[in-house]
Design a protein. Structure first.
Length: 178
């Protein structure tokens, strides 16, 4: 896995994300809004189409946590043509990752495969960044498999860079001889 991070700027000096919505076929502009419990099935469908597998349990648990503790999470969606076209869910950490400042970590993000390449993901990220900055959070991070080229390209296009951290993992079923 690689970890990517982005430091955001002050909301008073932040640049608006470059998005090209001209290829969107609907008259109404896409809208970034908070996810609701009614979005669960659409989120699962979008994620499954991108990830190749459904993660219903993860999203049921995550959206329940968002509802239970909204100050520790942010869950946004982008609507296009009256339907959910994408989503981002992040957890807010305080006092972790070697800093006293709050940091957002993107747990899941996705845009409908049929609507990718239209600027919806960048518009969603711009809305996400605005919401984070309003909460006083100036750094966001995420991680993806090294082989996750499409998501890595998306993150890079939206200002993320490789973070100066190593993510270490090991299976727990391996015995360690101390």
């Amino acid at each position: 896995m690689t970890t990517q991070a982005k430091t955001m700027t002050n909301p008073n000096t932040a640049k608006t994300a470059k998005t090209d919505m001209s290829t969107t076929t609907n008259a109404a502009a896409p809208t970034v809004r908070a996810l609701s419990p009614d979005d669960l099935d659409a989120v699962i469908t979008i994620d499954a189409a991108n990830a190749g597998r459904a993660r219903r349990g993860f999203f049921v648990t995550r959206l329940a946590a968002v509802k239970r503790d909204p100050t520790s999470f942010l869950a946004l969606g982008i609507e296009d043509g009256g339907a959910l076209a994408g989503f981002v869910i992040a957890r807010i950490f305080r006092g972790e990752f070697g800093t006293d400042e709050p940091v957002a970590s993107i747990d899941a993000i996705g845009v409908s495969v049929a609507k990718q390449g239209r600027g919806l993901g960048s518009a969603l990220m711009a809305g996400f960044e605005d919401a984070m900055l309003k909460r006083g959070i100036v750094e966001v991070m995420s991680q993806d498999l090294w082989s996750g080229a499409p998501l890595m390209r998306f993150f890079a296009a939206n200002g993320f860079e490789l973070a100066p951290r190593w993510v270490l993992e090991r299976p727990l079923d391996d015995a360690i001889d101390f």
